[in-house]
Design a protein around this ligand. Structure first.
Ligand code: HEC
Length: 437
């Protein structure tokens, strides 16, 4: 009884303390949140990089007038954690990432309460100034050492989405190490038609023909453009390779010549980084990069693929990759121990419209000993339950076209020597122990 009373007293007390000043209200979760004081700061931090004019989201969420008609829908999307997009399964595995955009439970509660109270504006003068964004076409990596422009592609005023590839030369005859890289649509009109684009370095055969596939360099999607690698690390760009841009463009009601370019910064010629960053398509079934798939009409199938790491490694990133039928993927490590131990590291939902990178935080990045096997499990749904499925009455197999399927994971990692691995594991244990004490 006594404890209950003092608890109530405490709650009352903190409610009173909360009244003056919106900063305090925000920190503790106001009972009467307003747009100006409580909701706008959340939207500006977590939503408007996409939800503003000229970006990928369907509506701008900056002013009260813009936000008010969407209040119900916003409540629904944040309560279900559909927005901001982050498809990681929260029940399984590692949960701390460098790029997790999720709202806190408290922020969600603030938005829900605000909508339930009729979405009041509050005092307009309390609305913070929205953050300034760099112009969408600015180089975020400084003036690049090398700019590679792909041939322009004419996107008609109307029509289905366009998927394809463009090739151009890097013009490098020796290996270089990339320290930062960015894809940039050239000009505002290009930016409006580019849905997303992936860049690769493609080897040529002796006849100078492109070998397809290639080494993945960087992804472009609105809101995500530049990659700057941590100090001491670099991504190998092999000499004499071609640049391939795999694109997804869409029509916007007027004909547009879409142009894209890659900006790249390098380590000085002849120098090697301490750590080489790899990014590869791993875990396709039957040892094939894209996997061997056999998906009967109307059914959900599961694909399993395995890749052995011959050296110890620090895993920095994973990104599930499937096409329209992809629904869910898990990555597991099978350690070279006796008895064998396996661990599900992460699982994530999949939606073909979103190619999400999960970048591990420095102190959660998996450290794996040499001989560890990566096991990738992917679920592909060819039934009517899958809204992304264009034709549930057809068999689907693996292939390059959008209507074919793929199932693998993009994995980013650095090789470690056995000594580096032991040292990193020891350092990790030490810092965890410190944190616990
Ligand atoms: C990475 C970009 C991005 C971020 C960040 C983002 N959104 Fe979205 N949002 C989109 C896109 C694209 C769509 C439309 C396609 C879809 O629903 O997947 C969308 C759709 C929505 C919709 C549904 C619109 C409709 O037509 O019904 C709501 C509501 C919404 N977002 C709210 C938010 C809120 C609130 C936040 C921040 C807490 C947020 N979004 C963060 C990109 C984003």
């Amino acid at each position: 009884m006594r404890t209950t009373q003092s608890l109530v007293a405490m709650l009352l007390c903190s409610a009173v303390l909360m009244l003056p000043g919106s900063a305090a209200a925000q920190a503790t979760g106001s009972e009467e949140p307003t747009f100006a004081s409580d909701v706008a700061p959340i939207l500006y931090e977590s939503c408007i990089k996409c939800h503003r004019t000229g970006q990928i989201a369907p509506m701008s969420l900056i002013t009260y007038q813009e936000v008010r008609p969407w209040a119900r829908s916003i409540k629904n999307k944040v309560e279900t954690r559909a927005m901001p997009p982050w498809h990681l399964d929260r029940r399984i595995g590692i949960q701390v990432f460098k790029n997790d955009p999720s709202l806190t439970d408290e922020q969600i509660a603030t938005i829900v309460t605000w909508v339930d109270n009729g979405a009041p504006q509050g005092n307009p003068a309390d609305t913070p100034t929205p953050p300034e964004f760099a112009p969408a076409d600015a180089w975020q990596i400084g003036e690049p050492d090398l700019v590679v422009r792909f041939p322009a592609y004419t996107v008609p005023d109307a029509g289905p989405d366009i998927f394809g590839n463009l090739l151009t030369e890097f013009g490098l005859d020796e290996d270089r190490y990339i320290t930062a890289i960015q894809t940039r649509p050239v000009g505002d009109s290009s930016r409006r038609v580019v849905h997303h684009a992936l860049s690769y370095a493609v080897e040529q055969n002796e006849e100078g023909e492109s070998m397809g596939g290639g080494l993945f360099l960087v992804e472009y999607a609105s809101g995500k453009q530049a990659e700057i690698y941590p100090p001491g690390s670099g991504l190998l760009l092999p000499g004499n390779t071609q640049a391939r841009l795999s694109f997804h463009l869409h029509s916007i009601g007027e004909e547009i010549d879409a142009a894209m370019e890659l900006g790249i910064n390098f380590l000085p010629k002849g120098t090697e980084p301490e750590f080489i960053r790899y990014s590869k398509q791993l875990g396709g079934s039957q040892g094939q990069i894209i996997g061997v798939l056999d998906i009967p009409a109307g059914e959900t199938t599961r694909s399993d693929g395995y890749t052995r790491f011959n050296k110890a490694a620090r895993i920095t990133m994973f990104q599930p990759h499937m096409h329209m039928l992809g629904r869910y993927q898990c990555i597991e490590f099978i350690y070279p121990t006796q008895p064998v131990r396996a661990e599900t590291v992460n699982c994530a939902g999949f939606d073909y419209n979103w190619h999400m990178n999960y970048n591990y935080a420095d102190d959660t990045a998996p450290l794996i000993p040499a001989g560890t096997i990566l096991h990738v499990t992917s679920w592909l749904d060819n039934s009517t339950n899958n809204r992304g499925n264009i034709d549930p009455s057809n068999w689907v197999g693996s292939g390059q076209r959008t209507i074919d399927e793929m199932a693998f994971a993009w994995i980013g990692w650095y090789d470690l020597t056995d000594e580096e691995y032991e040292a990193e594991v020891a350092a990790r244990q030490e810092s965890r122990q410190k944190a616990e004490n």
